[in-house]
Ligand binder design. Sequence first.
Ligand code: SAM
Length: 233
Amino acid sequence: MKADSGLGKLYIVPTPIGNLEDITFRAVKVLKDVDLILCEDTRRAGVLFQRYGITTKRESFHEHNKFRRTPSVIERLEEGNQIALISEAGTPGISDPGFYLVRAAVEAEISVEALPGACAAIVGLVGSGLPTDRFTFEGFLPVKKGRKKRLESLIDEPRTMIFYEGPHRIKRTVTDLRDTLGDRKAAWAREITKIHEEYKRGNLSDLLQFLEVKAPKGEYTLIVEGAPKKVKK
Ligand code: SAM
């Protein structure tokens, strides 16, 4: 799929976050047509590729090889290759190493085309019932160093906040958010688009209670209300 101009192009291609049908016709076409697909998780990509008959050559590109792999990827783009980047799930660049490659491509003046598609943050926000007019994506909170400072920096944040969390730390994160921000309105979207998809809505302490009743399982997108407006005296 050499471009007419002979210039390479980097395609950023979102893939499903659970339900394999959540991929666009164009994404499948691009994945079939490019010279190479860089995959964050080749095994997971294999399942998707089998479903859609994608036989394009694939290589791994993830957190642990991104520094080593980037120069050769840029070189191949400069040689005129069309390369697609997919992450483990959802939109590459959102809480995964995608940003690193996009920045390198932009710096090398390579054309970058990002396709629209699934992203847990946006789906979770929209389903949460919390205000969507202004929001901030916080991704994963730091696990150790800088966690307290980051949490404290959010106390006066007026916009709805979106966090990512896995099952092992969800309880700690909900607890820390409640203890730092107060018992705000919140919701989680768990296992979005999968068989056990679940929304829980209430205050942060209600979410904690749910976690007491049922052990955490699966992937969580957590949405928290922004700081209440300060009343002028
Ligand atoms: N790039 C992805 C995206 O566009 O959403 C996010 C990748 S990040 C490494 C993985 C985190 O996203 C998970 O720990 C979870 O917080 C969130 N996530 C991914 N899939 C999800 C799903 N099906 N339901 C809820 N949250 C999900």
